[in-house]
Write a protein that binds this ligand. Structure first.
Ligand code: P6P
Length: 336
């Protein structure tokens, strides 16, 4: 059976007029950068890349050496190709236009270069998350404000998960597809076309240690999950929490489930832990393109109008009927 590489898949998408040549090149460049990151990550202790970089990011988080390395790999790979106007990253305070000595393209790229990096030192799967928006026409050197577009305006989104195998999961707006890295040839090979998230699930993913800090509808929803067969849900549930969003979302895209990182009152001024622009939005698009759903507990994530580049948002995503159920607990609570 002939294998479809990412290259061939992207050319076919261009031939079917679903993407143009620049977007095809952008996705190919990001995929190649992820291959370089996969090599760096897989070296582990042998590569001198574990541990803290000794610096902090705009989120106030200590940066791992691999956070900084991954960020540099993505910036360098995308600087000179002429397909991009600017980049924004979890690891950079502000967006960065492509260097003026290179041609400026029509797209904006946002990424979390290495999500879940606190797991690196304990050898748990981590990943790169990316989102692509259109650059505003006629704007030289776009700034942060030009990135503030709702998630529905993404033209592509994906992640690369560095696990037992390295996989790229991608949507260009026509389904969600999975590619597995063939380390011998360096090519990503299509291994699952049109991933589908089961509409119902018996598996939830949440950090239960925050339970006492959740708002009332969240407390009620999870209490009913834990009550199992004897409770109002009438079925038992299982729990998984890898604390690496890419790994938790990949499991959900593969076999269903609901992933929740809700608002909590530990830091009431923070809307949630996860970032809208380069975590929630790309994952929401991938999940919706696979027949799932994604809300902030009240509204569809992809409809949210961003106000800040690094803004945070509560995230409920996965099996559409379970996301609807969890969202209903919140909207019914608000209505009473
Ligand atoms: P907690 C990783 O730091 C991350 O941003 C996501 O990948 C993950 O889902 C979440 O935070 C884990 O958060 O509070 O359980 O450590």
């Amino acid at each position: 059976m002939s294998r479809t590489s990412l290259t061939r898949f992207l050319i076919e998408e261009e031939q079917n007029k679903r993407i143009n040549a620049d977007l095809r090149q952008l996705v190919a460049v990001v995929a190649r950068a992820c291959t370089s990151i996969a090599i760096a990550v897989s070296k582990g202790a042998l590569g001198g890349v574990l541990g803290d970089a000794g610096t902090g990011n705009v989120q106030g988080e200590a940066q791992k050496k691999l956070d900084v390395i991954s960020n540099e790999i993505l910036l360098e790979a995308n600087a000179w190709g002429g397909h991009l106007a600017a980049c924004a990253s979890e690891e950079m305070d502000h967006s960065q236009p492509v260097p003026s000595e290179y041609p400026q393209g029509d797209f904006l790229l946002l990424f979390d270069p290495l999500d879940g990096s606190s797991n690196i030192d304990v050898n748990v799967s981590v990943g790169t998350i990316f989102s692509v928006l259109r650059a505003p026409a006629g704007v030289k050197q776009p700034g942060d404000e030009h990135f503030l577009q709702p998630g529905v305006q993404q033209v592509a989104a994906g992640y690369c998960i560095y696990g037992p195998s390295t996989m790229l999961v991608l949507t260009v707006g026509h389904g969600t597809h999975a590619f597995t890295l063939d380390r011998e040839t360096g090519a990503f090979i299509l291994t699952q076309r049109n991933m589908q998230v089961p509409a119902d699930t018996k598996e939830f993913a949440i950090n239960m240690s925050n339970q006492r800090h959740w708002e009332a509808p969240m407390q009620g929803y999870v209490a009913d999950l834990l009550a199992g067969k004897e409770g109002s849900r009438g079925k038992d549930f299982n729990m998984r929490w890898i604390a690496s969003m890419v790994a938790d979302v990949h499991r959900i895209l593969t076999r269903g489930g609901i992933f929740i990182y809700p608002w909590d009152k530990k830091d009431p001024g923070k809307a949630g832990k996860l970032r809208l622009m380069y975590e929630a939005n790309p994952m929401a698009l991938l999940v919706e393109q696979a027949g799932g759903a994604a809300t902030n507990g009240r509204e569809r994530i992809l409809d949210l109008q961003p106000t800040q580049l690094h803004q945070r948002v509560p995230v409920f995503l996965g099996s559409k009927n379970e996301v609807a159920q969890a969202t209903r607990y919140h909207t019914d609570h608000d209505a009473n």
